[in-house]
Design a protein around this ligand. Structure first.
Ligand code: CMC
Length: 391
């Protein structure tokens, strides 16, 4: 008799070589192209980090300037994308909007050409996507809320321009700088679900846009990028809850997952969390609600209950700490996962390009795993087909 497989979600399975990022889940280390996340947060910018991920080396000042100018020049959305968006239901989920919009971007002449991927064209398209994902999020938000669409401002850096196009006011330097750090922190993370989805799709020689669109679909799920929105919904629900500990206990007793807790790779702590917690505490100085205090109570109660079950590796993850930060920046709850996407698109594109030229001949190697068939098997000829009227 067939022994049924336990679906392990490919945990611990190494599927490909990659030179883009590295995680040590026991030591809590995250590295992009050889550089520690701590150093990138301290010294880099999201533009420089995107260049690093895409091209593999830190840029010279001239290279960074040219890259930044290219991104700025591509921020404006093609007219047909905006025209389409105006027809879409205003209450649609923003991640659906984003996933639907990316293929529309491939309909203009900056799309990839030819049957075989071309590295130069893929890089140009990647720069276009890094430039335009923030515009897609901001423009959709303006359309759905009936506000005028704002043109990108070439005088503003990447994060500041996004907040401007979204909120219609120029952010202060500190807020824009904090968002830039958030973008650095989320820019890549080895073979997470969305990146793997992107790589799998382009392994068929589908386009970079098809890969990014698939990645957006994967990111939208609550166990992945969708968790930050769920964390904020939980925090808002618990804002006036006197017995947070009771609520957490009830959640776990019912067998529900606590959003923002646990990680498939980090088992001693997620190195991105500390930066975000510090940022959150700084940002909330002026506000009435102390999200950090609510988060701490949730965390403390959850860790105590997990410990009772012997699950000491379930710790707060990046989404637990980023949600209140985005909230304090005025980012609507349902746009938190799209904000994750405007960062991760840099990593997705780097991985897509790596995948497209992956094998020894510089070609993608089509992903094609196997399944263990556990359905009916009536012999090599299959089961006898029973016509409808005799069933
Ligand atoms: N709340 C309650 N129980 C949990 C949680 C949680 N957040 N996370 C793991 N567990 C339990 C799970 O129920 C299972 O218990 P049992 O062995 O009794 O069935 C055990 O821990 C192992 O869970 P798993 O899903 O097999 O293990 P994992 O470590 O691979 O899970 C995870 C990783 C992210 C899917 C999971 O921790 C989770 O669902 N977390 C909540 C969603 C979340 O915050 N996702 C964001 C992940 S980080 C950034 C990102 O990718 O966007």
């Amino acid at each position: 008799e067939t022994v049924r497989l336990k679906n392990t979600g490919l945990r611990g399975v190494t599927v490909a070589d990659s030179a883009i990022s590295f995680i040590d889940g026991e030591k809590g280390i995250l590295i992009y192209r050889g550089y520690r996340i701590e150093d990138l947060v301290a010294y880099s910018t999201f533009m420089e980090t995107s260049y690093l991920l895409l091209f593999g080396t830190l840029p010279t000042p001239e290279q960074l300037d040219s890259f930044t100018q290219q991104v700025k020049a591509m921020r404006t959305l093609p007219g047909h994308v905006i025209d389409s968006m105006r027809l879409w239901p205003k209450n649609a989920r923003p991640m659906d909007i984003l996933q639907a919009s990316v293929p529309l971007l491939s309909m203009t002449k900056d799309r990839e050409e030819g049957d075989e991927p071309d590295r130069r064209i893929c890089l140009e398209c990647s720069i276009g996507l890094i430039a335009r994902l923030p515009s897609l999020v901001a423009v959709w938000h303006r359309i759905r809320t009936g506000q005028p669409i704002l043109e990108p401002d070439p005088n503003l850096d990447h994060a500041a321009n996004f907040l401007w196009m979204l909120q219609g006011k120029k952010p202060d330097t500190a807020t824009a700088g904090d968002l830039d750090i958030c973008l650095i922190l989320h820019a890549d993370h080895t073979f997470n679900a969305s990146t793997f989805a992107a790589r799998e799709v382009v392994s068929t020689r589908a386009s970079l846009y098809a890969g990014v669109s698939a990645a957006l679909g994967a990111l939208s799920g609550n166990l992945h990028g969708g968790a930050n929105t769920k964390v904020m919904e939980m925090l808002i629900k618990l804002e006036n809850e006197p017995d947070i500990e009771q609520w957490v206990a009830g959640q776990l007793r019912r067998g529900d997952r606590l959003m923002g807790m646990g990680h498939a790779i980090y088992k001693t702590g997620d190195p991105r969390v500390a930066f975000l917690k510090t940022m959150g505490k700084r940002l909330e100085k002026q506000t009435v609600t102390k999200w950090a205090a609510i988060s701490e109570r949730i965390e403390k109660a959850a860790l105590a209950l997990f410990a009772e079950q012997g699950k000491t590796t379930i710790l707060p993850n990046v989404d637990f700490a980023s949600a209140p930060v985005y909230h304090l920046m005025g980012i609507p709850t349902d746009l938190m996962t799209p904000v994750f996407a405007i960062s991760r698109v840099a990593g997705w594109c780097a991985h897509i390009i790596e995948e497209q030229f992956a094998d020894a001949q510089g070609k993608p190697a089509l992903y094609r795993p196997q399944a263990q068939y556990v359905g009916e098997y009536c012999g090599p000829m299959g089961c006898e087909y029973v016509p409808m009227k005799t069933r």
